[in-house]
Design a protein around this ligand. Structure first.
Ligand code: MD6
Ligand code: FE
Length: 220
């Protein structure tokens, strides 16, 4: 499988030069190092969003506190509580709209989708996930979005993690994929509803280090 990883619109010739793609399944790719040149800008934009909409641990519908801390930016944000999973225009904690999606996010998500063969990706939701060393995300499908024809773009920053990639049934066998900072996962088409999760986050000498993940969707 060969992807044109240079089909992006960036003016910076250093960008994405070293990127290669691994195919996870039909329509699903890991673009290795695709965001490597953008990490500092992305992290400072993440920090600016968090300053306006703090990270928090949602409750699952079953009442369990999620180990991953989350917030959102964009027109709609993903939320979870006793009433279920859904997208909403307002931060239920601060009772105001989610912060706008930074330009650096929009451009990267669009270009990564394009590189994986998905044209005109215009995300209206960006979920920001922060994983400390003990955080996990159990196997799940992303199915709360209205537009299942659009792909999802997922960007990894900070500590590496072991990503689980399964099939369309929860019981399908999973493979482990190590995601490093700068890796971008794009999936859609026949793989849009594939089960996936985060098995573990890898520690480092820096006891305060964490992993961040951005997932972009067309939610409505
Ligand atoms: C994560 N990602 O990488 C969790 N979902 O932290 C996801 O749950 C995910 O990476 C849909 C598409 C791509 C993803
Ligand atoms: Fe997911």
């Amino acid at each position: 499988m060969t992807l044109d990883l240079f089909a992006h619109h960036s003016q910076d010739p250093r960008d994405k030069r070293d990127a290669t793609a691994d195919e996870l399944g039909p329509g699903a790719f890991v673009l290795r190092g695709y965001a490597s040149a953008n990490l500092a800008e992305l992290q400072s934009d993440i920090d600016a969003v968090i300053a306006q909409a703090p990270l928090r641990h949602w409750l699952t519908p079953g009442g369990k506190r999620m180990s991953v801390a989350m917030t959102n930016c964009g027109e709609v944000g993903w939320i979870s509580d006793r009433m279920g999973y859904r997208y909403g225009t307002h931060d239920p904690l601060l009772r105001r709209e989610w912060p706008a999606m930074p330009k650096s996010f929009v451009t990267l998500a669009h270009d990564a989708a394009q590189s994986a063969g998905y044209d005109n990706f215009e995300p209206d939701a960006c979920l920001i996930n922060r994983y400390s060393l003990d955080a996990r995300l159990t196997l799940h499908q992303d199915r709360d979005e209205r537009e299942l024809g659009a792909p999802i773009v997922s960007v990894s920053l900070g500590l590496p993690a072991v990503f689980l990639w399964g099939g369309l049934q929860r019981s399908d066998r999973t493979r482990k994929v190590r995601l490093e900072p700068g890796d971008v996962v794009v999936w859609g088409g026949p793989s849009r509803l594939a089960y996936h999760g985060i098995a573990s986050v890898e520690g480092s000498f820096d006891a305060d280090a964490v992993r961040f993940n951005l997932t972009f969707r067309q939610a409505r």
